[in-house]
Design a protein around this ligand. Structure first.
Ligand SMILES: CC(C)(COP(=O)(O)OP(=O)(O)OC[C@H]1O[C@@H](n2cnc3c(N)ncnc32)[C@H](O)[C@@H]1OP(=O)(O)O)[C@@H](O)C(=O)NCCC(=O)NCCS
Length: 169
């Protein structure tokens, strides 16, 4: 699916399955963003064990965006987007939307008809991204309580709302 507001920059970008060599760049992109920090190991592990449900977006050899995602055990019709991030200088060009569409079109997602993700109430960009995916796929986006604030050990972590989009084909 081609997004309605894709900029020409998207044409310079490739969308692929990651290899473990991409793990460090994913971790670095997260360090330079508002996303939750994780250990470098987490990215290597996703690239090794969940590569078919992860995406790397690159301009030449430069990583400009990524998705880490998985299909929850026992729920083979759901893709859970764990993290999605775009290098700050590449945002607003439709790259994240294209990554989501590339992912759901893969053979690994052939049984997937729902997308889930958790988003903090203050993250407008992320909320717009998932609502737009729902719109592009002519389906609904249901928002429910995901992980309330008190589940997080650190002070001041916002609650995470669950966005469930679908069904889509
Ligand atoms: C969220 C993020 C991945 C979006 O990536 P992107 O490539 O800029 O997104 P797209 O260009 O595909 O835009 C998708 C939609 O989001 C909207 N959007 C993008 N940035 C926005 C912003 N800062 N504020 C409000 N809406 C925004 C776009 O307008 C578009 O919606 P529209 O078609 O209705 O206009 C990117 O902003 C990012 O990496 N943010 C930091 C990390 C993060 O918060 N990740 C999500 C955690 S779950």
């Amino acid at each position: 699916m081609t997004s309605k507001t894709e900029s020409p920059i998207v044409d310079q970008v490739t969308f692929d399955i990651p290899s473990v060599k991409d793990g460090t760049s994913m971790w670095e992109l997260v360090n330079n963003s508002s996303l939750d920090q994780n250990s470098p190991y987490k990215y290597l592990m996703m690239c090794e064990y969940f590569s078919e449900t992860c995406v790397v977006a690159k301009e030449k050899d430069k990583l400009v965006g990524f998705i880490t995602a998985f299909i929850p055990p026992q729920r083979s019709n759901v893709i859970f987007i764990w993290q999605i991030g775009i290098d700050s200088s590449y945002r607003g060009n439709g790259i994240a939307s294209k990554m989501l569409n590339t992912l759901v079109e893969r053979e690994s997602c052939k049984f997937v008809c729902y997308m889930e993700a958790t988003v903090t109430p203050s993250n407008e960009a992320s909320q717009s991204l998932f609502k737009r995916f729902a719109r592009d796929h002519d389906t609904t986006c249901e928002v429910t309580t995901g992980f309330p604030e008190e589940l997080f050990p650190e002070e001041g972590h916002e609650e995470e709302l669950t966005f469930r989009i679908g069904p889509f084909s």
